[in-house]
Design a protein around this ligand. Structure first.
Ligand code: PMP
Ligand code: GLN
Length: 397
């Protein structure tokens, strides 16, 4: 036993959180030699100018602490990008702050803005770090369930009445992730208007997670919540480079919004990581300004991959809930006679040689997602085809 601690040294508020599902499934995939369609990361590189710029900056000596808020070159590139694409005005000195990935930004924002006992509304299924940082802050989650609508392809959406009912006197924040992981829903302006109304009526802070803002299909458009009436002053937006430029290891993100909200995240972040990588920030700044065409090509390629994997999963007997964005697709496993996604996802690497992620673990109400399993399609076509062949063989369709 360690001195001064009980058998379990982990603080009680983190005890419900074990190894993340993404780490577990990637480990299982590696152990079994499976095709890994679980954890979302591409198997091809981002633009070569980006990679070469990072190497050059490192060789040329950009190897010491950058300024705490991030390199000014990246902060101004982020502000310019936000202005050009969405018409949002940001002061790069006070309203943009660079973090270690979006994950670092989300953690700093929640820890800086949520008092113990405050409630935070989240849409489930939810990206796993939200639950953990809300717990670290001593906050309380109130979940609103996204469910497939009745249309072809089953687009996940929410009931505005359920959203309103989730808000109470202790509610301080709502977290909105669009394009949404894991469902692939891109919130429409109408859906965002319903969220905005609830925020304004109840004086809530909105924390938006926009890391998939570029990964949109079939002409879907991303609307930052901050562009809706009355929302700029209460929205802290988070994005990052990992998905946009296929460099998930780079962990370079940013928070954007009114100075008091950015300052709250910044105050915390100074003591979490102090600052983030310098050379990569310089490279990302150039890519945000110069690699728009690469992003467009990537989006087109991903749309084709979505179609390829959706068709393949259907041919293996799964029901596919078609995404409008991100690089994930949710399947309903009941079409194959299964009912428990965790059981299936844990056995699939051994039985089929394919890894996926059970959506159930991303819910506060696990029954809502018991039958849902997520597959990632940000992989080479031959890798997707191998996965599908293996699933077809395993399920015998
Ligand atoms: N939010 C969502 C919805 C994600 O899917 C991810 C991907 N890991 C992140 C945040 C984290 O982004 P980053 O790698 O920049 O920390
Ligand atoms: N965002 C990726 C996913 O949802 C990876 C997350 C992670 O490994 N923390 O799969």
């Amino acid at each position: 036993m360690l001195p001064g601690v009980d058998d379990e040294p982990l603080v009680t508020r983190m005890r419900p959180f074990g190894e993340t599902i993404f780490a577990e499934m990637s480990r299982l995939a590696a152990e079994t030699g499976s095709v890994n369609l679980g954890q979302g990361f591409p198997d091809t590189d981002g633009p070569s100018s980006l990679l070469e710029a990072a190497a050059r900056h490192i060789r040329e000596g950009v190897n010491q602490y950058p300024p705490g808020p991030g390199r000014p070159e990246l902060r101004s590139a982020v502000a310019d990008d936000r202005k050009r694409r969405y018409g949002i005005d940001l002061d790069p000195d006070t309203e943009v702050y660079i973090t270690v990935g979006a994950t670092g930004g989300i953690a700093s924002a929640v820890l800086g803005l949520i008092e113990a006992g405050d409630e935070v509304v989240v849409f489930e299924p939810m990206y796993d770090s939200y639950a953990a940082v809300i717990a670290l802050a001593g906050g309380v989650r109130r979940s609103v369930t996204l469910r497939p609508d009745a249309g072809a392809g089953g687009r996940f959406t929410f009931d505005p009445a359920e959203l309103r009912a989730a808000v109470g006197p202790r509610t301080r924040m709502i977290i909105v992730n669009t394009p949404h992981n894991p469902t692939g829903t891109v919130f429409t302006r109408d859906e965002l208007a319903a969220v905005a109304e609830v925020c304004r009526d109840n004086d809530l802070i909105a924390l938006t997670d926009e890391v998939y803002e570029h990964l949109l299909f079939d002409g879907a458009e991303h609307h930052p919540l901050a562009t809706l009436p009355g929302m700029a002053e209460r929205t802290l937006a988070v994005s990052s480079v990992g998905k946009t430029f296929s460099v998930t290891a780079w962990k370079t993100g940013w928070v954007m919004g009114p100075e008091p909200l950015v300052r709250a995240a910044r105050t915390v972040n100074q003591f979490l990581t102090f600052t983030a990588n310098g050379a990569l920030q310089l490279a990302v700044a150039d890519a945000l300004r110069g690699e728009g065409a690469w992003v467009q090509r990537q989006r087109d390629a991903l749309q084709a991959k979505r179609d390829r994997l959706c068709a393949g999963l259907r041919s293996a007997g799964l029901e596919v809930l078609r995404p409008q964005g991100t690089y994930f697709v949710i399947t309903d496993i009941r079409a194959l006679g299964y009912s428990d996604g965790i059981e299936l996802a844990r056995s699939l690497p051994r039985t089929a040689g394919v890894a996926a992620v059970p959506a159930q673990v991303l819910y506060d109400n696990p029954e809502e997602g018991r039958h849902l399993v997520r597959f990632a399609f940000c992989k080479r076509d031959d890798v997707l085809d191998t996965a599908v062949e293996r699933l077809v063989a395993a399920f015998g369709s």
